[in-house]
Design a protein around this ligand. Structure first.
Ligand SMILES: Cc1ncc(COP(=O)(O)O)c(C=O)c1O
Length: 351
């Protein structure tokens, strides 16, 4: 019964096989190999546009490099108040931009209200040269709370960003989970909705360790390759990153894996809703569940070996969360989460 994170599970077999295949013979180093070239073409096909691609070992690196591409040291990056980029990356974006300011926006489970965003941008436009210069907007899809934006909601936010001269970024650490949940195309979810750059996550969805920073804006982003090297992020044997992602994208594996993880989350969420003792804080749209449990059931689950994280959340979301003798917890599923661990969890919860 491990619902701690999608990071705790292993690697999908086709990805492992692709790593073994890539292990044959010699290939160009530092991205100068055929697999890397093929992958960039494949991303272009999947997103139906020209894409420029930077392979990275972590989602944090993708986010921070995107920030570096768009935000000068005196710039401001708007993101939601509990976003990974703001809360969980140890200042990587501040570091890679050379000191840009991250401006948190109040959200409901990571979903930003366009009116709130428009107001906060306006406030920071009023004192140029004194206030950090608004330069970039980042949203997370699926959010850190398992919620998803429809393309129209994304477009409403990116329109405000564009009207104010901001570049737009999507943290897609769980992009596939969001995509299969919404049921649109990768293009509709991103550049057609006004997104300039995407941190394309794969590691949480069955890859060993390979994410991609994708640009749809057609700009050269001079210096980004140097930043990759300077940051120690340019892998010499980067063919192994490309091999993982080629296998991930082949035969719709990435979408099948995400459907599996989301399906398991739905099963667990449905069971929690029916349990008469747990309640969901937000609708479950992807592979993360935030639920309020009675403390005594939580202790029973823990004693039975269930692994998951108690959660803290700030801002307006808090009122939705815990009462006395209750605890807010996060439960995450992955493509490898065994179905019977959901049954076991629900049986213990039911007492
Ligand atoms: C929404 C989101 N973005 C980015 C990341 C960063 O990924 P990594 O741990 O690979 O740096 C995570 C990791 O949990 C995440 O949840």
């Amino acid at each position: 019964m491990n619902f701690a994170s999608d990071n705790v599970w292993g690697v999908a077999e086709p990805v492992m096989a692709a790593l073994r295949d890539a292990n044959e013979g010699a290939a160009g180093a530092y991205g100068g190999d055929d697999l890397t070239r093929d992958l960039e073409v494949r991303f272009g096909e999947i997103f139906e546009c020209d894409v420029s691609m930077y392979l990275v070992p972590t989602g944090t690196a993708a986010n921070a490099l995107a920030a570096a591409a768009y935000c000068p040291p005196y710039g401001m990056l708007f993101c939601h108040d509990e976003s990974h980029i703001y809360f969980d990356e140890c200042g990587a974006s501040e570091f890679y931009t050379g000191g840009a300011k991250l401006m948190p926006i109040a959200s409901d489970g990571g979903i930003i209200d366009p009116d709130v965003f428009a107001d906060i941008v306006k406030i920071h436009m009023t004192n140029p040269g004194h206030c950090s210069t608004p330069a970039m907007f980042s949203l997370t899809q699926a959010t850190e709370f398992g919620r998803v934006y429809a393309p129209g909601q994304i477009a409403a936010l990116t329109a405000i960003a564009r009207d104010n001269g901001l570049a737009t970024h999507m943290d897609g650490a769980r992009f596939a989970n969001a995509l299969v949940s919404v049921g649109c195309s990768p293009a509709e979810m991103t550049w057609k909705a006004g997104i300039d750059a995407l941190s394309f996550g794969a590691t949480k969805n069955g890859v060993m360790g390979a994410d991609a920073l994708l640009f749809f804006d057609g700009k050269p982003h001079e210096g980004l390759a140097s930043r990759l090297m300077r940051g120690g992020l340019l892998m010499s044997k980067s063919r192994f990153l490309a091999a993982q992602l080629i296998a991930y994208l082949a035969d719709n594996l990435w979408l099948d894996l995400a459907k599996q993880a989301n399906g398991t989350a739905k099963k667990l969420a449905d069971g929690l809703s029916r349990s008469n003792c747990a309640r969901l804080v937000w609708p479950v749209s992807a592979n993360e569940i935030f639920a309020v449990l009675p403390v005594d059931r939580h202790e029973k689950l823990k004693a039975a070996g269930a692994i998951y994280h108690p959660w803290m959340t700030a801002g307006p979301s808090r009122e939705k969360a815990t009462g006395a003798d209750e605890i807010l917890v996060r439960l995450v599923t992955s493509p490898s989460t065994p179905e019977n661990s959901v049954d076991e969890f629900l049986a213990i919860l039911a007492g």
